[in-house]
Design a protein around this ligand. Structure first.
Ligand code: FRU
Length: 484
């Protein structure tokens, strides 16, 4: 196997070597899904940023490509997005080629060191060969900085109604929107966010898009904002707002933050531009700035979440953003490791499952109280508890293996409020890879993503059904194929 180091994810994207953070420039073009990412090719800690690059036909099998964007005289290449300029509005396209245009933040280290405030600006680059080679625009930067210290992470999309490109970026404690007809000249439109949502840290990596409500034609606009620190379980996290966007201004239906994932390891996630069938596909960075630089891998650092489809669910008049793995992830399942396992109310079952640490586990139940413990012969435990008394899901990695590399990693349990699940049955899906767990309850309504570093792979599962009447039936565990 090519990538077989300890903790190397086998069905999540990770760079061949060295440091990675945010996904960037997620765009689909002519049969290819592009994944660019914040990349430092010289070390396994954060350093001068480049855009790494990989391509895929299905978003689970990736081909690593050469670095796409290198730092230049304007600075390092921070996070941003990419669009397919179908009408050649930028004029970068020659007669036959449709340009891909990347929009990113330049970060000037000199400016930062000199104590200036205007060291982050926005630049663009284009490719005429579907992302193979890139040319920086000679007129960069296209958005200058008037003295805002944190001014970054542009997300651009084509806004059909106003026939403009719209750009969202973040400026410390709020988002700013701009418009353009050619991706070069940008006109400021509006601000959003002061006094709304969570403000425990700086806002990062915005994304703005329309989304249909499940089972109806109703459409709402969703604004995703990452924040660091200030997430519900500490450090970095991703909040979202649901509301309206009229081509100039975003207005939110809610004042309080809602969170896309209550685990500690899903950050800076954004969605694909130009995905087929108007799908909204999200990928997040599976780490947290609290300890991202300290995790116990040597050759590379960190991975991405599995690709997840976003949708909107209307519940008691409120809209919730749902995220759930694509069918392509399901297609990676192979051997059945366990099937038809039944755990009656009040009963606990222990299963020895060779291959558990690279698997997908599924069941549908009415039980509102249970505990799943993933463990090994060293008695390291990763525990996921459904707790109806407290209306919460609790993920406990405090004794999950290596935790001491940084004090924030294993110092507390992670909680997610579930509201009231009601009496109906609901689905539970768990994806376990060599250094991560992703939990999806009720088809992606409640989601938690955490990194874990067991000393030896988990090969035993304890299912404790603490409910006093409902059984857990037909537990199915399947091996996941390696994508490498
Ligand atoms: C988010 C972030 C972005 C920035 C990038 C730098 O994780 O801080 O705001 O553009 O990482 O690597």
């Amino acid at each position: 196997k090519v990538y077989a180091e300890q903790y190397r994810p086998q069905f999540h994207f990770s760079p061949p070597e060295k440091w990675m953070n945010d996904p960037n420039g997620l765009v689909y073009n002519e049969g290819t899904y592009h994944l660019f990412y914040q990349y430092y090719p010289d070390d396994i800690v954060w350093g001068p940023m480049h855009w790494g690059h990989a391509i895929s036909k299905d978003m689970v099998h990736w081909e690593h490509k050469p670095i796409a964007l290198f730092p230049d005289e304007h600075g390092l290449i921070f996070s941003g997005s990419a669009v397919v300029d179908k009408e050649n509005t930028s004029g970068f396209g020659a007669d036959t080629e449709v340009p891909l245009v990347a929009i990113f933040t330049y970060h000037s280290m000199e400016g930062e060191k000199a104590g200036e405030k205007d060291f982050q600006t926005q630049g663009i680059a284009y490719s005429l060969d579907n992302g193979e080679t890139w040319v920086k625009y000679e007129g960069n930067p296209v958005i200058g900085n008037k003295g805002i210290k944190d001014f970054r992470d542009p997300k651009v999309f084509w806004h059909e109604e106003s026939q403009n490109w719209i750009l969202a970026l973040v400026a410390g404690d709020h988002a700013k929107f701009y418009k353009s007809s050619d991706l070069k000249d940008w006109k400021y439109l509006s601000d959003f966010g002061k006094g709304q949502g969570a403000h425990g840290g700086v806002w990062e990596c915005p994304d703005l898009f329309p989304l249909k409500v499940e089972g109806s034609d109703e459409e709402k606009w969703v604004l995703i904002i990452s924040i660091n620190p200030g997430a519900p379980n500490g450090g970095s996290g991703t909040q979202y707002f649901i509301g309206e966007f009229d081509g100039k201004k975003f207005t939110s239906d809610q004042k309080e933050a809602k969170w896309l994932d209550f685990g500690t390891d899903n950050y800076a996630g954004v969605t694909y531009n130009n995905a087929p069938n108007e799908e909204r596909i999200f990928i997040g960075w599976m780490s947290n700035w609290d300890y991202a630089r300290n995790t116990p891998t040597k050759k590379w650092r960190s991975a991405m979440t599995v690709p997840r489809r976003l949708s909107l669910r209307k519940m008691e008049g409120d809209y919730m953003l749902v995220n759930y793995p694509l069918e392509q992830v399901d297609k990676l399942t192979s051997d059945v490791l366990e099937s038809g396992i039944n755990v009656p109310a009040g009963v606990s079952k222990t299963l020895n499952v060779n291959g558990l640490n690279q698997s997908q586990l599924n069941f549908t139940t009415e039980s509102k109280d249970f505990k799943l413990v993933f463990t090994n012969h060293l008695n390291e435990t990763l525990a996921f508890t459904m707790d109806s008394k407290n209306n919460a899901i609790i993920l406990d990695r405090m004794n999950s293996g290596k935790t001491g590399f940084q004090s924030e990693f294993g110092n507390k349990k992670h909680h997610m409020p579930t509201g009231n699940l009601g009496n109906a049955s609901y689905e539970v899906k768990v994806l376990l890879d060599w250094s991560s767990i992703e939990i999806f309850v009720d088809n992606g309504l409640y989601v938690m993503t955490d990194q874990v570093f067991p000393t030896e792979p988990y090969d035993k599962l304890i299912i404790e059904n603490l409910d006093n009447k409902s059984a857990i039936k037909n537990v199915l565990i399947k091996r996941m194929e390696s994508v490498w």
